[in-house]
Design a protein around this ligand. Structure first.
Ligand code: TYD
Ligand code: MG
Length: 455
C-alpha cells in the first residue's frame, strides 16, 4: 500500500495535498513540509479533550477556586497570575540559548525544595549536562527527577509511574510519538506531543511546562500552532549580547497577561531584577547631549529608559540614513518629520540614529517626547538636565497628546530621583495633588512648548 502523505505548513498548520511555494493559510514562503499520515492521521492535534463529556447544567457547576502552587521566583509568579494552576499546561517559547532550560530548572529546583515532586524531562541534553547546569544553579535536595528521553510514550509511562506534581518537557520539538511517522519537530509531531501532555496533565492534575524553541521571525516548527491548545503561553525574550531577559505572558486562561518580569543572566543563573528602571539607567552618561530619559510602560508597570540620538552629516547626501534600535521605525520617521516641520530644524542631509540603551524594545507612543528631546538635545548640542524625565505622545501637528497611567509614571520617575517630569498638559491636570514632593511637573501642549520649557 502506498503511504499517504500530506504537505503541512510548519508555521500555521495549513494542509495541502500538494507542495506549494507559499502557504495559502498564512502567506509564509517555503514553509510546507511533506509529512506521512500516521496511524492517527497527521495533524490530528485538535482532538484533545477533558475527562468528562456529559453536558452539565450551568447552575450545577460548582465554583472552584483554582488551586495554585506558588513559584518562589516572585517575578515569575506574577507573570503567570499568582502561581501555577494545578493541572495547567504552560507553553514557554523563546529563541535557542535565551535561557529557557535555565529558568525552568530554577523553577523545578524551588518546587522540589518546597516538597513537591518534579519531573524534568530533557530531549536535548544528557543527565550529566543537566546536572552540570543544576550544580551552578544550586540544585541539591528535594524530589527532583531527571529523565533524558525523546519518546513520548516512554515519557508518559515514566510520568505515570512517578506521578509528579510538576512536569517540565524540554523541548516539544525534540520529543516524538511513535504513533506518527513524521520526524520530530514537524508540526504534526509537536501537536501530538502537546496534545498527549495536555491530556495527561488534565487527567492527573499535573502542572506541565512545555518548552518550545521559536525563531526570531516568531514561530518556525510550530509552537505557534500550540497556542490555542495550552492554558498559558509565556514568551522569554532578550538580545543575545545583552544580559537581560524579559518574560511575559501572551495568553493566560487563569489571569491577566499584563505583567512582565525582567531577569538578568548571571553566572549563577537568572536573577530577577527587582528595580528594572535602575538597571536600564545604570550606565547612562552624565551630561551628554542627545540622551534623554523616557518613562514608558512595560506590562502594567512603568519603566524608565534612556533614549539616545545621534545626528551626523551624511557621506551620501542623497540618501541620509534613519536608523532606530528599540523604537518603531515608522513612528520615528514621523517624529523626525514633525521636528523638521514644527520646530524648523533642517536635517535633510544628516544621518540620524536613535537607540534605546540596554537593548530594550519600546512599543508605545508615550516615548515620542523622550525621543524628540533626545534628537533636539543632539541638534542643539546641549545636554538635557540630568534629573529630567519625560513622557507623551507627539501628534502630527506637533501637539503632545495624553497617555495612560500618568501618575504611575510620575511616581516611578520620582522614585528614581528625577526631579523634573515633562508631560502632556492634558495629563498634568489634577496631577499636582498626588505628585511626590520635590518633583516639578512641566506640562506642555506642544512639542515647541516642551522644548522652550526644557532648554
Ligand atoms: P539555556 O537555558 O540552555 O537556553 P535555552 O534552553 O533557552 O536554549 O541557557 C543559555 C545560555 O545561558 C547559555 O549560553 C549559558 C548561559 N548561562 C549563564 O550565563 N549562566 C548560567 O548559570 C547558566 C545555567 C547558563
Ligand atoms: Mg534548552
Amino acid at each position: 500500500m502506498k503511504t499517504k502523505t500530506v504537505f503541512i505548513c510548519q508555521n500555521c498548520g495549513t494542509q495541502s495535498p500538494k507542495w506549494l511555494g507559499r502557504c495559502p493559510g498564512c502567506g509564509e514562503w517555503n514553509s510546507l513540509v511533506e509529512e506521512i499520515e500516521g496511524a492517527d492521521g497527521a495533524a490530528a492535534g485538535s482532538d484533545y479533550s477533558f475527562p468528562t463529556s456529559e453536558p452539565v447544567l450551568y447552575r450545577d457547576i460548582k465554583e472552584t477556586k483554582n488551586p495554585r502552587l506558588e513559584v518562589k521566583i516572585d517575578e515569575f509568579n506574577k507573570v503567570i497570575g499568582g502561581g501555577v494552576v494545578l493541572g495547567s499546561v504552560t507553553l514557554i517559547g523563546g529563541e535557542p540559548g535565551i535561557g529557557k532550560s535555565t529558568l525552568l530548572l530554577q523553577v523545578s529546583r524551588d518546587f522540589a525544595l518546597d516538597g513537591q515532586k518534579v519531573l524534568y524531562v530533557s530531549g536535548e541534553e544528557s543527565l550529566e549536562q543537566i546536572k552540570l547546569r543544576g550544580d551552578r544553579l544550586g540544585v541539591r535536595d528535594g524530589q527532583l527527577y531527571l529523565l533524558a528521553e525523546t519518546s513520548l510514550e516512554r515519557i508518559l509511562a515514566q510520568a505515570e509511574k512517578i506521578m509528579p506534581r510538576i512536569l517540565v518537557l524540554d523541548s516539544v520539538q525534540t520529543v516524538f510519538s511513535g504513533n506518527l511517522a513524521s520526524s520530530p519537530g514537524t508540526i504534526s509531531q509537536v501537536r501530538e506531543v502537546a496534545n498527549q501532555m495536555f491530556r495527561f496533565s488534565k487527567r492527573n492534575q499535573v502542572s506541565t511546562f512545555l518548552i518550545g524553541h521559536i525563531t526570531k521571525e516568531g514561530s518556525l516548527a510550530g509552537p505557534k500552532s500550540l497556542e490555542h491548545m495550552v492554558d498559558v503561553v509565556l514568551l522569554f525574550e532578550g538580545e543575545r549580547d545583552h544580559s537581560h531577559r524579559v518574560l511575559r505572558a501572551l495568553k493566560n486562561r487563569f489571569g491577566p497577561v499584563s505583567e512582565l518580569a525582567i531577569f538578568e543572566m548571571a553566572a549563577s543563573g537568572l536573577q530577577a531584577i527587582a528595580n528594572p528602571s535602575a538597571f536600564f539607567l545604570k550606565e547612562r552618561p552624565a551630561h551628554a547631549a542627545g540622551s534623554s530619559v523616557a518613562v514608558t510602560i512595560k506590562g502594567s508597570r512603568p519603566l524608565l529608559v534612556e533614549i539616545q540620538a545621534l545626528v551626523s552629516s551624511t557621506l551620501f547626501s542623497s540618501n541620509p540614513r534613519r536608523m532606530t534600535v528599540g523604537l518603531d521605525h515608522y513612528r520615528t520617521a514621523m517624529l523626525l518629520a514633525v521636528i523638521e516641520k514644527k520646530l524648523g530644524y533642517g536635517f535633510a542631509g544628516d544621518d540620524i540614529y536613535l537607540n534605546v540603551a540596554g537593548g530594550l524594545a519600546i512599543d508605545e507612543p508615550a516615548a515620542d517626547l523622550g525621543a524628540a528631546l533626545a534628537v533636539v538635545s543632539c541638534l542643539k548640542n546641549v545636554p538635557l538636565p540630568q534629573s529630567l524625565a519625560s513622557f507623551g505622545e507627539v501628534g502630527l501637528s506637533g501637539e503632545i497628546r495624553s497617555v495612560g497611567l500618568a501618575l504611575a509614571r510620575v511616581k516611578e520617575a520620582a522614585a528614581l530621583g528625577f526631579t523634573t517630569v515633562v508631560l502632556p498638559r492634558s495629563n498634568a491636570v489634577g496631577l499636582e495633588r498626588d505628585t511626590p514632593a520635590g518633583v516639578t511637573l512641566l506640562a506642555a501642549a506642544s512639542l515647541k512648548q516642551a522644548i522652550d520649557l526644557v532648554f
